[in-house]
Ligand binder design. Structure first.
Ligand code: SF4
Ligand code: SF4
Length: 424
């Protein structure tokens, strides 16, 4: 769809501003009641989903041009989808997140990008990673000595896909290594893509670079098909969303599991047994792309009709992505199954979880906004009295750790896999 195709939707937005707040029946306090980090930080309506609908309409009608300020406003959306969930509580005919992303894509098509995006896209084209300064040659060092099957050379059913952050970040690599050891020890015959491993490119879509996404996704799909992959396991929530929602639209037909889902399954089957107690009070952060954006893509080729000049209907029934079927229970099941661990929830959880600030390319383009968003979540985590915040995404983990280091708001940040390993 082009931006012009969103006109009916842009005009349907009723300016209720529900997209700025956690739905009222879920709010537990005014302090943690807001939801869209972009409009909270910039304090100007254009940064909200409502404002983006108005801006998109004005751009499509050529009433507004992409000035420097407009271009920044368009790109400074974390693509976290919280506005989308809140809007859909009452609205059945709006797709705020899809529109936010189309607005970014329109800007990119017209050459209206931000300076910090260029090196990221260049790194992807040249080194097949969106982490600037990293090389393709050093991508698979994290896997040395783990005994993974090389699926660039032989066939295999289960692919472990670490994603860029776990492949290169030396502080995080041990989590990917632990995940592989635990899964292998539980009898899973795991492989990796060896010298052909590359970025999932999901982040390009969050930034509006749709052509770069399609090119890289198609290349990955061809590799997975050639290797005979039937299941992809990833410890990265961004990769998870890319495969389960975006690659599925391009024809990838495999089972996609986040590591936490596999761990939950193995614990349930008695294949992982804990031998130690981990006396720790923790809270859990739902990553956006595992939680509300972790729903399975369902193909739909129906038509929309307006009846009685008021009501919109879809024939056949249209899939509704509102976060209701995201992955929330598997991580909580794993945490609660670890002896000694006590889970205390934050106020904004599950589909209403506040973003870590790393999404949409904003950690590259607007680091202050990104850090502020992470700091807000750390404050919320601290309010629970937990000594550690546990999550299931390397982007969340590194953004939170950075915020803790910079702001001195002492809380430990851990991946669930690290917690599991402590109890084995
Ligand atoms: S985007 Fe949805 S929630 Fe926000 S103002 Fe429009 S109708 Fe209301
Ligand atoms: S996707 Fe997230 S940051 Fe962007 S407008 Fe919606 S709530 Fe705000």
């Amino acid at each position: 769809m082009a931006l012009e195709d969103f006109e009916a939707m842009q005009e349907r937005c009723s300016n209720c501003l529900g997209c700025k707040w956690t739905p009222f029946d879920k709010i537990k306090s005014q302090r943690f009641g807001e939801n869209c980090p972009s409009v909270c930080y910039y304090n100007f309506n254009t940064y909200s989903a409502r404002g983006r609908f108005q801006l998109g309409l004005a751009i499509a009608k050529k009433e507004v041009e992409y000035t420097e300020t407009v271009t920044e406003a368009v790109h400074e959306c974390l693509a976290c989808g919280l506005c989308d969930v809140s809007c859909k509580i009452t609205r059945f005919n709006l797709e705020p997140l899809e529109h936010n992303l189309e607005l970014k894509a329109d800007a990119v098509k017209k050459g209206k990008t931000l300076p910090a995006q260029k090196p990221v896209l260049e790194a992807l084209a040249k080194e097949k990673t969106m982490l600037v300064g990293k090389t393709k040659a050093s991508r698979t060092k994290w896997a040395d000595g783990l005994g993974l099957k090389d699926l660039s050379k032989e066939k295999g059913d289960v692919l472990f896909f670490p994603g860029c952050k776990f492949s290169y970040d030396e502080k995080l690599q041990k989590t990917a290594q632990s995940a592989v050891r635990i899964l292998k020890k539980s009898g899973v015959d795991l492989g990796y893509m060896g010298s052909q491993d590359m970025c999932c490119a999901g982040r390009t879509l969050q930034m509006g670079f749709t052509e770069d996404f399609a090119k890289n996704a198609e290349a990955n799909i061809a590799l997975f098909k050639k290797a005979g992959v039937k299941t992809i396991v990833t410890p990265c929530s961004d990769c998870y969303h890319a495969f389960k929602r975006q690659y599925a639209k391009l024809g990838l037909e495999v089972e996609v599991l986040h590591t936490v889902e596999y761990l939950d399954r193995l614990i349930g089957q008695g294949k992982i047994k804990f031998t130690k107690s981990v006396p720790m009070n923790v809270t859990y952060h739902d990553p956006c792309h595992l939680g509300r954006l972790g729903e399975q893509y369902v193909p739909w080729n129906g038509t929309e009709k307006k009846i009685l000049n008021q009501v919109h209907t879809w024939t056949p029934k249209r899939p509704r992505y509102n976060g209701a079927h995201g992955i929330y229970d598997a991580p909580r099941n794993v945490i609660k199954s670890i002896p000694g661990v006590n889970l205390t929830e934050m106020e904004r959880i599950r589909e209403y979880s506040w973003c870590c600030g790393a999404g949409g390319g904003c950690s590259d383009t607007s680091p202050e906004f990104s850090d502020w968003t992470a700091s807000e979540r750390i404050t919320e985590a601290n309010s629970t009295g937990a000594e550690a915040m546990v999550t299931a995404c390397p982007w969340c983990e590194s953004n939170f750790r950075k915020a803790v280091d910079e702001n001195g708001k002492g809380i430990n940040v851990l991946d669930i896999v690290e917690l599991v390993e402590k109890a084995l």
